[in-house]
Write a protein that binds this ligand. Structure first.
Ligand code: AP5
Length: 183
């Protein structure tokens, strides 16, 4: 089973849900930049307040902030890791590559969870997180298309991309991921 992973996909695709299940089963560190940023927001720090403003609009917080959060965590993992929500644009992907070269832990597989907009919008509206309202979801989707989706091609060209259908029951999606990763 591969142990240096990235889950990619639009908002609401199920990245967080599947990453939690996968990390619990296989003992990997789950590095979710969304969760780490929400922790920062809950702490009430100045950084958190700034991040909240951006997240509530569905925009991306600065690459510098996200990179500093991820770098600290990655340096402290030793039995594999799963990145969820990072990288989110080409600049973050390039920085990640440099960081992983430095620690000699190359990315082994990228799992793209695919799902049509209609389904994910219904899911997100049903969840009701602060950034789950129609206008902000539309913005998150647009940013995904503009800034994050170019990573699909990038990882496909490296031969490490696996595509999974996300519109199925949680356990069915999980089985597809395990199969794609050699479990
Ligand atoms: P982030 O937290 O990463 O949000 P996101 O990418 O929009 O992802 P979601 O958490 O909405 O969806 P998911 O794919 O994880 O699905 P989930 O499993 O939760 O980022 C939030 C914000 O933080 C960004 O907008 C940005 O501002 C900032 N940020 C984060 N990372 C950043 C970065 N690297 N750079 C810059 N800014 C960054 O599931 C969604 C719902 O669907 C849940 O209710 C779940 O129960 C349900 N569900 C899941 N799977 C299924 C299924 N198979 N069937 C039915 N329901 C399901």
């Amino acid at each position: 089973m591969k142990k240096k992973l990235l889950f990619l996909g639009p908002p609401g695709a199920g990245k967080g849900t599947q990453a939690n299940l996968f990390c619990n089963k296989y003992g990997l560190s789950h590095l979710s930049t969304g969760d780490l940023l929400r922790d920062e927001v809950s702490s009430g720090s100045v950084l958190g307040l700034k991040a909240a403003e951006i997240m509530n609009k569905g925009e991306l917080v600065s690459d510098e902030l996200v990179l500093s959060i991820v770098e600290g965590r990655l340096l402290n993992t030793n039995d594999g890791w799963l990145l969820d929500g990072f990288p989110r644009n080409v600049n973050q992907a390039n920085s990640l590559k440099i960081l992983l070269e430095k620690i000699n832990q190359p990315l082994e597989r990228v799992v793209l969870i695919k799902i049509a907009d209609d389904y994910l919008i219904k899911r997100l509206l049903g969840r009701g997180r602060q950034d789950d309202n129609e206008q902000v979801i539309a913005n998150r989707l647009q940013i995904y298309r503009e800034k994050t989706s170019p990573l699909i091609d990038l990882y496909n060209k490296q031969g490490i991309l696996e595509e999974i259908e996300g519109n199925a029951d949680i356990d069915v999606v999980f089985s597809s991921i395990e199969k794609a990763l050699g479990g």
